[in-house]
Design a protein around this ligand. Structure first.
Ligand code: GRF
Length: 213
């Protein structure tokens, strides 16, 4: 499987993917921001990088067309949004239908959009987490492939909670990409995704209770 990773900044999820020894050829890492720290990390891993600067394009449609042209040069089977902070046009999403995935820092369908950690704390939820999902035209709403949950602790700040969630992002994103590479992710007619060959697991892990007092 060949993949292209799109980033906008730090690139820690991209790094987790590059270091997970996946059966995937990462053909290129593309950033919409010229100075993105993740570009240096990708280069240090020997991965080709490219920049498609959204500020050089007059509107979303033209930016997305330029981005698609760069992606298509690499003929990917999978396009991975790893902290890519631009909303994509419907035309772009349709072009990569069923081979475009994203990681979102919340347990979707709760908290789509931005500032998820602050919103989770403000809502008083006791469990929060992250979601790997297929991208559909509606933002943060596509079929869910995998999720990881963490407790929200009484003294959490958005930063502390973000760090706890991010550690799980770095586990669950490589797992999901591996399942995709192994052909184990099936999309249902009902808009859900299922992973083939995952067993029920261990009874000890049946529930994560928070607070656990
Ligand atoms: C992650 O929290 C990701 O879920 C969100 O943006 C952040 C990107 O972080 N979409 P990084 O660039 O992968 O370090």
């Amino acid at each position: 499987m060949r993949a292209v990773i799109l980033i906008s900044g730090r690139g820690s999820n991209m790094r987790a993917l590059l270091e997970a020894d996946l059966p995937v050829d990462i053909a290129c890492v593309i950033s919409n921001k010229p100075g993105a720290a993740g570009l240096d990390i990708a280069a240090a891993h020997g991965v080709a990088t490219a920049v498609v600067d959204h500020r050089l394009h007059p509107d979303r449609a033209e930016f997305d067309a330029a981005l698609a042209a760069e992606i298509d040069r690499h003929r990917p089977d999978l396009v991975i949004l790893a902290g890519f902070m631009r909303v994509l046009t419907e035309a772009f999403v349709r072009r990569y239908e069923n081979r475009l995935i994203n990681i979102h820092p919340a347990l979707l369908p709760a908290f789509p959009g931005l500032h998820t950690h602050a919103r989770a704390i403000a809502a008083g939820v006791k469990l929060h987490g992250c979601t790997v999902h297929f991208v559909t035209p509606e933002v943060d709403a596509g079929p869910i492939i995998a999720q990881a949950a963490v407790p929200v602790l009484p003294d959490d700040t958005p930063e502390r909670l973000a760090a706890r969630v991010l550690r799980q992002e770095h586990r669950v994103f490589p797992l999901a990409v591996r399942w995709l590479a192994e052909g184990r992710v099936r999309l249902g007619e009902d808009g859900t995704a299922a992973v083939i060959g995952v067993t029920g697991g261990d009874a000890d892990h049946e529930a994560l209770v928070s607070p656990n007092g």
